[in-house]
Design a protein around this ligand. Structure first.
Ligand SMILES: C[S@@+](CC[C@H](N)C(=O)[O-])C[C@H]1O[C@@H](n2cnc3c(N)ncnc32)[C@H](O)[C@@H]1O
Length: 349
């Protein structure tokens, strides 16, 4: 046995345990507002953080020390002060921007809450349907994606499809399939007021959140609580989106065929999927490990819960393009958009 290899593995296990605990502490930091309290303040004493946050001193003290150990905060032993560097605040205390990463932490508690049911599924089959995840799961997905949908979707991502943008600007129709809490629908409604904007999702809680969020928009976009097959097929669309949805679908092929029928001549299906390679050996990095974890504790499992395909978050570009070709799309392009986490496709009927 190679002793060095065993030692490396022990180190990795400690690093991963530390990572798991750091995520828990960082989640507390976003939920309590502690990161926001420390942003732009420079070095702070424990008393100053307690006063600024209004939280219980002993808990704040232990949290500060833990976040120092995990290198989220800097510590100055000479003065006993704690500092959230500007470079870290940019990622941790920047809610609603496209560089906020604090939303990721919120995924972990609701995903690990279903761990006993996932364990059961390993033994007995079946899965955990989307509706059974705690409300915090929808909130985390919303928070994780919101900044990108608000700031990048229209101005950067869809700008790669100028003909579609021109049609929607003049007044066309766009359908977001699996709209969740409606961030994409909101961004589209704001950008294309002359267009008919529709969101569809079978999850009642997501549609309720989307409806509440859109109350102030005039005219309010149409939100439909249903799976796509229940939506009337007479509405031809210039653009249909599947944002972080295709790999979740229990029946991806029938849905893709249905989408193709709903596209107007010249219309486009725009797809956002996790950035992974087709080859497992190229997914050996933190992003790959994160996406496989999301897949086992959520994406694959909620699809299998409906006796579905269970494609999983890491199905990769080759499988994605094969599915689109099998569904009858005549042209399938990878859209060259720079992103650390996503891959983008445009499929033409
Ligand atoms: C990971 S969430 C993505 C939500 C949103 N698009 C986003 O990017 O934040 C996947 C969504 O797909 C929805 N979904 C699953 N099956 C569907 C179907 N057959 N038709 C429409 N939506 C579906 C789920 O209810 C869920 O809201």
């Amino acid at each position: 046995m190679d002793k060095e290899k065993t030692k490396d593995m022990a180190d990795r296990i400690f690093r991963d345990m530390a990572g798991a605990m750091a995520v828990g502490l960082a989640h507390l930091g976003t939920q309590t507002g502690l990161f926001r309290v420390m942003a732009d303040q420079g070095p702070m004493t424990l008393d100053a953080v307690v006063r600024g946050s209004g939280l219980t001193a002993r808990y704040v003290e232990e949290w500060l020390k833990g976040m120092v150990a995990a290198r989220y905060l800097d510590y100055a032993p000479a003065t006993g002060t704690f500092c959230l560097p500007a470079e870290h605040a940019y990622l941790l205390a920047s809610e609603t921007t496209d560089h906020y990463m604090g939303g990721l932490f919120g995924m972990v508690p609701p995903l690990l809450t279903v761990a006993p049911r996932v364990l059961q599924a390993f033994r007995d089959g079946g899965g955990v349907p989307f509706a059974d995840f705690a409300p915090e799961c929808r909130e985390a997905i919303d928070l994780m994606n919101r900044g990108n949908y608000e700031h990048r979707l229209v101005d950067y991502w869809l700008a790669q499809l100028p003909e579609v943008v021109a049609r929607l600007t003049a007044g066309g129709r766009v359908l977001d399939v699996g709209c969740g809490t409606g961030q994409v629908v909101q961004a589209l409604a704001r950008a294309f007021p002359a267009s008919d904007v529709i969101g569809v999702d079978p999850d009642a809680r997501s549609i309720a959140a989307a409806t509440a969020a859109m109350a102030a928009l005039t005219p309010p976009p149409r939100l439909i609580h249903a799976t796509l097959d229940a939506v009337p097929t007479d509405l031809r669309c210039d653009l249909i989106l599947l944002c972080d949805v295709l790999h979740d679908l229990p029946t991806p092929l029938p849905v893709l065929r249905d989408i193709r029928q709903r596209l107007a001549p010249g219309g486009v299906l725009f797809i956002i999927e996790p950035r992974v390679s087709d080859h497992l050996e190229e997914n050996i990095h933190p992003m790959g490990a994160m996406f496989y974890g999301f897949s086992v504790f959520h994406c694959m499992t909620q699809s299998i819960a409906h006796q579905g395909a269970g494609l999983g978050a890491c199905m990769g570009p080759a499988r994605t393009k094969d599915l689109l070709a099998e569904a009858g799309f005549s042209r399938i392009d990878s859209v060259p958009i720079k992103s650390a986490v996503n891959l983008f496709y445009a499929a033409h009927p």
